[in-house]
Design a protein around this ligand. Sequence first.
Ligand SMILES: Cc1ncc(COP(=O)(O)O)c(C=O)c1O
Length: 388
Amino acid sequence: MKALSTRTEQFTDSVIRRMTRISDLHGAINLSQGFPDFDPPKEIVDRLSQVAKEGPHQYAITFGAANFREALAAKQKHFSGMDVNPDKEIVITCGSTEAMMAAMMSICNPGDQVVIFSPFYENYGADTILTGAVPIYVPLKPPTFEFDVDELENAIRKPGVKALILCNPSNPCGKVFTKEEMQLIAGLAVKYDIYVITDEVYEHILYQPNEHVYMAAFPGMKERTIVCSSLSKTYSITGWRLGYAIASEEIIERIKKVHDFLTVGAAAPLMEAAVVGLKFGDDYYENLQHHYTHMRNLFLDGLNEIGLNYTKPQGAYYVLLDISEFGYKDDNEFCEKLAEKVGVGAVPGSSFFREDVNHLIRFHFAKKDETLIAALDRLADIKKKMKQ
Ligand SMILES: Cc1ncc(COP(=O)(O)O)c(C=O)c1O
């Protein structure tokens, strides 16, 4: 048989999904893959049962149902201040995952270079390989996850650089880029004429006093920013696969073409039901932040009691735990043993870093109180069970 594609040889199956399988094998509480175990807002679910009876059940227009795009443009205006034309500057995709892939395919030619902060969400590695682009990594240095401005500028100024991917708030490190950092990145993007592809899926999951700053809203940035985001995290509907790209008409025209041939469109009944969520008032987003702050505090207080070290997240719903004290060279081995001996699933931090970082593991805490308490009960024995 002839060899399969070299493209798909260059990346492995998702480490997060592998850790989920290992967690299941050992009956561990799975704090590896980031999805909530609580229900989405009732209004959205109720609307879905109505829609099940009334439709739509056929293809929506490929770039997304008109009422969904209109509601999204209004929400984007409300939070970012940006005027977005719902007919020309939005494509509704199957999750932000598709938006990012379509954005990369629309912006990059094979051989173009893309700057990515490390640690990074693992999809970006595969996205660059599948588009033939070459990643240049700029470290966000643990434990504070700040970057060196010269290092960033040296990366961006390289002649083949076409774009920078910015995950803000960041998975896995929970960093929320400050206004000053965003301004600096925007300035470099304009100076060296590159695009910025943002991943803003955690834009509404923030811990005070941190605030989400929209890259596209900086002067000169709307035309060179491709916003990728989704409803997955904001409305706790990761399984609905509703995401979007927002960009200038010229870029969106390209993204529409890629999207049309990749997936045709997002699910019509789910778009219809989710419009209710896009129209929620500010109180929904305030409650969401309260809920996440509660979960974060519950989990971090528990880690404090056990005496574990971590970097406090500013946004998103992950925490990186420092496992140096356990004496493992390999964080993969640590996570496998943790699932087996302690009964809690985590993701080895090395899967997010380009640099040789093996002393961090990632937990996520978008879980019901009882799930977090049960996980903390198990983790209480971690020092006894996991020391080498
Ligand atoms: C940073 C980041 N981007 C994108 C995604 C995927 O989002 P979606 O469900 O919209 O495809 C995730 C999911 O965990 C994520 O953490």
